[in-house]
Design a protein around this ligand. Structure first.
Ligand code: F6R
Length: 242
C-alpha cells in the first residue's frame, strides 16, 4: 500500500487526477473505474480543467462506475448517471457508449448484475479503480458483512449510508433503499486502486484501514490485500490523538 497525505481535500483530489492522467498518457485506451459522492468531485473538476486546457482525450477510454441506485430513472438528478454526466462525461470527449453504469431500473435486476459483471471482464477488466470510502468502511455500496468474494449484486443500503447520502436529496426518505454495486471481488480485480479519504468524519475508517485487521466487518480492509493500492488522505482524515 502506498500512502500520500495531502494538506487538504483539494490537494487530495489533484493527486488522484495526476495519477489518472499519467495512466491515460501511458495507455490512452485504458479502462477507468469511477466512483461518485462528495469525495471525487474535485478530481473530476481537475480532469475537466485538464481536458479544456491540455486537450487530454478520452475518445478511447472506457469507464465503469461502481454503483447505481435502484429505482431512480437515469435522468433523475440524483442518479449516479446524472452525477457522472454533470461532473465529468458532459465536459470531456468520451463517447457516451463507452461509459458504463449499472442500470438500476432494469426489469430483471439480478440479470443486470450478471450482465454488468460480464461486461467489465469481457472488456478486459478495470485498469484503475477510483474509490471513496464510507464512514462504516463501505466501498462501492458493499456494506459491512459483505463477502469478499462478492460480484456485482443488489444491496440494501445501511441506514447510516442513507443518512450520509440524504444531503444530496430533499430528505432521507427520498434516498433509495437499494443499489446495484460492483462486489468486493469485482473491485479487487482492478489492476490498480486509488482510494481517496477526506475529512474528520472518515478518521475512524482511515485508522481502521491502516491499523486494523482484514475482516468482512470492515469492507475496505479487503483492499489491504491488493498488490497495487494507493491511499490518498487529507490531513483532516488523519486522527489527531493529542
Ligand atoms: C460512490 C460509492 C461510495 C462512496 C462513499 C463515500 O460511488 O461507491 O462508496 O465512495 O459512500 O461517499 P462520499 O464521497 O460522499 O463521502
Amino acid at each position: 500500500m502506498k500512502i500520500y497525505v495531502t494538506k487538504d481535500k483539494k490537494e487530495m483530489n489533484q493527486k488522484a487526477a495526476e495519477i489518472i492522467l499519467e495512466r491515460i498518457q501511458e495507455k490512452p485506451d485504458m479502462t477507468l473505474g469511477l466512483a461518485t459522492g462528495g469525495t471525487p468531485e474535485g478530481t473530476y473538476d481537475d480532469l475537466v480543467n485538464d481536458h479544456q486546457q491540455h486537450g487530454t482525450s478520452y475518445q478511447n477510454i472506457t469507464t465503469f462506475n461502481l454503483d447505481e441506485y435502484v429505482g431512480l430513472p437515469s435522468d433523475d438528478p440524483n442518479s449516479y448517471l446524472s452525477y457522472m454526466r454533470e461532473h465529468l462525461f458532459n465536459h470531456i470527449d468520451i463517447p457516451p457508449e463507452q461509459t458504463n453504469l449499472p442500470n438500476g431500473t432494469a426489469e430483471d435486476l439480478e440479470a443486470e448484475c450478471d450482465e454488468y459483471e460480464t461486461r467489465i471482464h469481457g472488456h478486459g477488466g478495470v485498469d484503475l479503480q477510483l474509490l471513496g470510502i464510507g464512514e462504516n468502511g463501505h466501498i462501492g455500496f458493499n456494506e459491512p458483512g459483505t463477502s469478499f468474494g462478492s460480484k456485482t449484486h443488489i444491496v440494501e443500503l445501511a441506514e447510516s449510508t442513507r443518512e450520509a447520502n440524504a444531503r444530496f436529496f430533499d430528505s432521507k426518505d427520498d434516498v433509495p433503499t437499494h443499489a446495484i454495486t460492483m462486489g468486493i471481488q469485482t473491485i479487487l480485480k482492478a489492476k490498480e486502486i486509488v482510494l481517496m479519504i477526506s475529512g474528520e468524519r472518515k478518521q475512524e475508517a482511515l485508522l481502521r484501514l491502516l491499523h486494523g485487521g482484514v475482516s468482512e466487518d470492515f469492507p475496505a480492509s479487503a483492499l489491504k490485500e491488493h498488490p497495487n493500492l494507493t491511499v490518498i488522505a487529507d490531513e483532516a482524515a488523519i486522527e489527531n490523538k493529542s
